[in-house]
Design a protein around this ligand. Structure first.
Ligand code: AMP
Length: 181
């Protein structure tokens, strides 16, 4: 599994999709699974910018992983977002014959984040929801990197400020260096 990390608006979905398409791998987006779930109680949480409950998101990600059985690698976007989910991913990955192989962190400054989010027009891109998502990223999601580092997982940091193609080229270089089978 290659896990994409980054603040909202960092381009992690765009980049995760490009990598998966380029390599013919599976792409799993936690946010997209939730948006597709069509459940009003989930929608309300998405609109607040807060995290949905552990069981909800782990159930959806587990189902998605089980559908990727025949694919060499899986790109995961937006999961794990806290320590509990990280532990779940490592422990349950084994069940699906998957290990966390690489973490890609896309870095971007806050001014660019606000500009990108206010122009993309998603319905959870309100000022309050954006603030909540940025706070959760700093408080809950950032510490996840330490957790994975202690587990011995390779983490690469990518400058997300270029064009999608420029960022993709940097990511491809790192993935090739990792020699994922
Ligand atoms: P994203 O598509 O990554 O911007 O995520 C959109 C929203 O989905 C987030 O603001 C959260 O409300 C929810 N979400 C995404 N991933 C997770 C996760 N791993 N755990 C809980 N909630 C999540």
């Amino acid at each position: 599994m290659v896990i994409f990390f980054g603040q909202p608006g960092s381009g992690k979905s765009t980049q995760g999709k490009l990598l998966a398409a380029n390599k013919d791998w599976c792409w799993i987006s936690a946010g997209q699974l939730l948006r597709d779930s069509d459940d009003p109680s989930i929608d309300a949480i998405l609109n607040s910018g807060k995290l949905v409950p552990f069981e909800t998101i782990c159930g959806l990600v587990g189902d998605a992983l089980s559908k990727c059985n025949n694919v060499a690698h899986v790109v995961i976007d937006g999961f794990a977002r806290n320590i509990g989910q990280s532990r779940w991913l490592i422990e349950n990955g084994i069940k699906y014959n998957r290990a966390v192989e690489l973490i890609v962190v896309i870095e971007i400054d806050e001014k660019t984040i606000i500009e990108r989010l206010s122009s993309r027009g998603r319905k959870d891109d309100t000022e309050q929801a954006i603030r909540n998502r940025l706070d959760i990223y700093k408080e809950e999601t950032y510490p996840v990197l330490d957790y994975f580092r202690k587990e011995g997982i390779k983490i690469v940091y990518i400058d997300g400020s270029g064009t999608p193609e420029q960022v993709h080229v940097q990511i491809m270089k790192e993935v090739e260096l990792c020699k994922l089978a």
